[in-house]
Design a protein around this ligand. Structure first.
Ligand SMILES: O=C(O)c1cccc(C(=O)CC[C@H]2O[C@@H](n3cnc4c(=O)[nH]cnc43)[C@H](O)[C@@H]2O)c1
Length: 223
């Protein structure tokens, strides 16, 4: 890795990045901040917002590596606890295609890139970048899952985790991973656990703890 890498950082909301002290700017109605060697953008909640922000920014700016960071819900069997941080080895796009079999069940891929490489519902994050960050930040690599709808019960969360063999749930990551593959950007995704997936009672959530855990890792990444 070059000594002074330039990072594009994205987080769905500004609350997840409140610790980043940089020069504020607005870009296409999105909040942004700029610091030494990095630019941060608030990319919005959900898959469409994430892909749109990354693609529109990359159209006008050279982006070699990007990191999406934010909070997430952990599945029971993941071994992840509230406040734990993980990097994505791959992202599962869990609500595209048919119920049994996703896009494979429909018979054609979601994305084809040079190679050709075909992707259906699983999108890997950049292996070299993610492994390097996992070592540097001492964070495990886990399988993340993305859906538009969040799990609303522990039973629903258990079923989804089992079906896709996933550890952690969020609403943006698969779109980020897919867009990175398509645009040729090295992408990594860093998430801190704010809640157990399927638990809607916010008194059981630990958002502040999760954001503090993100702060430590993101600031370490930028040094
Ligand atoms: O009201 C609810 O039931 C509810 C359930 C999950 C998340 C929310 C949010 O308002 C946060 C959405 C935001 O944070 C990420 N996130 C955090 N925890 C989860 C989760 O358990 N499942 C899916 N996404 C989660 C997500 O990526 C969004 O950016 C409300």
């Amino acid at each position: 890795m070059p000594p002074n890498p330039s990072w594009l950082l994205l987080s769905p909301t500004r609350f997840e990045a409140a610790f980043l002290k940089g020069k504020p700017f607005t870009w296409k109605g999105r909040a942004g901040r700029r610091g030494k060697g990095w630019v941060w953008l608030e990319s919005g909640i959900g898959k469409a917002n994430t892909a749109m922000t990354l693609a529109a920014y990359a159209q006008r700016h050279k982006v070699e590596r990007a990191v999406l960071f934010g909070i997430a819900g952990a599945y029971e069997e993941s071994g992840l606890d509230l406040g734990d941080v993980a990097l994505a080895s791959e992202e599962v796009q869990a609500d595209l295609g048919v119920k049994d079999g996703g896009m494979k069940g429909m018979g054609f891929p979601t994305l084809t890139v040079e190679g050709p490489r075909h992707f259906h519902n699983r999108f890997p994050l950049d292996k070299a970048l993610s492994s390097d960050l996992a070592k540097r930040l001492d964070v495990p690599l886990k399988r993340f899952l993305t859906r538009d709808l969040v799990c609303e019960t522990p039973a629903e969360a258990r079923a989804l985790a089992k079906k896709w063999e996933a550890d952690l749930e969020n609403m943006e990551g698969a779109a980020f991973a897919q867009a990175c593959l398509w645009l040729g950007i090295q992408g990594a995704e860093l998430r801190a656990v704010s809640n157990l997936a399927g638990i809607r009672d916010k008194t059981q959530w630990r958002v502040r703890l999760a954001v503090e855990a993100l702060e430590a890792r993101v600031l370490e990444l930028l040094t």
